[in-house]
Design a protein around this ligand. Sequence first.
Ligand code: SF4
Length: 244
Amino acid sequence: MYLCLHIMNDNITNISSEYDRIRTLSDLEEEIISCRRCDRLVKFREDVAQRKRRSYRDWNYWGKPVPGYGSANGKLLILGLAPAAHGGNRTGRVFTGDRSADFLFRCLHHVGLANQPNSDHREDGLILTSYITAAVKCVPPGDKPTMEERRNCANFLSKEFDMLNNLKIVLGLGKIGFDACLHHVRRSHELRMKDFPFKHGVGYDLPNGIRLYGAYHPSPRNVNTGRISFEMMVKFLQQLKKEI
Ligand code: SF4
C-alpha cells in the first residue's frame, strides 16, 4: 500500500512538474510575442506584415516576434537565425511557410524527427520530438540583425535553454544560430569564442555538458548553389539522431 501511494505521489509530482514546465513555456511565449524592445525590428516586421507579398495578400500576417516551437522534453535543439519575412513573420511559427522550411522539414521527416515533411502554417498538424527556435525572434532587414539586436534577444534564448531539461545536442543552422548557443553558454561558463569556429559538420563538447554541432543554414541560396544538399543534411541528422 505504501509503495502504491509512493508511486502515485511520484507520478503526481512528475505530472505537476511537467504541467509547471508547459505553463512556464507558454508564459515565455507570451512574453516573447509582446516584446517591442528593438525599434528597427518592430518597425520592419510590422511594415512587412502591412505590405505583404503579392502571393500572400489574403494572409493575415503575424507581424510579431516568433517564439520557438516543438517538444519541451526534446533532447535536440535546432537553432536558426531569425524568422523569414514571408515565412515565420507571416505564419507565426519559426521555420514555417518558406523554402528553408520546405527543405529542413523534408530532411527532418526523412530521418524521423518530424511527423510530416512540410511546415506550412500553425494548424498544419506538425509534431516535433525536438525543439526549434531562432537566435533573434523578429525578422531583420536583409536577414542581418545588428549585434545590439542579437544581444537584446539573447535573454529569450537563454530562457528557452533553461526550459529544455533533457537537452543534449544543439544544432546551429548557420553561424549566427551556432554563435548564439556559444554566447548562451558563455553566460555561465568560461569559453573563448575563437576556440569554437563554425563550419558545416563541426561538433564540440561545451563546458555545460551540451554538444554543439554546426550546419549550413538551409536557405534557398545554400541549397540552390549546392552548398548543402538533401543527402548531406539527412546524413548529418541521422548522425545526430543516433546520439540523442
Ligand atoms: S528581436 Fe527579440 S528583443 Fe528585439 S524586439 Fe524582437 S523579440 Fe524583442
